[in-house]
Design a protein around this ligand. Structure first.
Ligand code: ZN
Length: 132
């Protein structure tokens, strides 16, 4: 069964911590051992795993991506959001997390973030729990 998580973003760039929502889905599925697959079906958004203990880390990632890929540049894409497409490529569109004894095997400081790069928009994240 597929699960859909809705994320409504209010800014152009926004990282939404979806860790607790994903943990709820894992609990609901009741899979003891397996894999949690998280997929973002958008071309100007992404998903990544990184520190969610110190909020400054999220801020530093956002700032550095902005410096690496400025919104205004000599891009060809006529829609005007080339930077968002490039950042989506940099973060990637999916992550896998192992599940052991019914729990996600995230490290102590790790959280799962949905990454908006062309908000505000209504987005969805697709989650599939696989047993085995
Ligand atoms: Zn575009």
């Amino acid at each position: 069964m597929l699960h859909y998580l809705e994320v409504i973003t209010q800014k152009r760039t926004h990282f939404e911590d979806i860790t607790e929502a994903v943990k709820e889905i894992v609990k609901e599925e009741g899979v003891k051992d397996g894999i949690c697959y998280i997929y973002v079906p958008h071309t100007t958004a992404g998903v990544f795993i990184n520190e969610n203990a110190d909020p400054d880390v999220k801020w530093d990632i956002e700032k550095t991506l902005e410096e690496l890929v400025p919104w205004i540049n000599d891009y060809k894409h006529v829609e005007g959001n080339a930077a968002a497409h490039i950042k989506s490529v940099l973060t990637g569109n999916s992550v896998f997390i192992p599940i052991k004894n019914g729990k996600l095997l995230l490290g102590t400081w790790q959280g799962i973030f949905f990454a908006e790069f062309d908000g505000p928009r209504d987005r969805k994240v697709i989650i599939k729990i696989m047993e085995g």
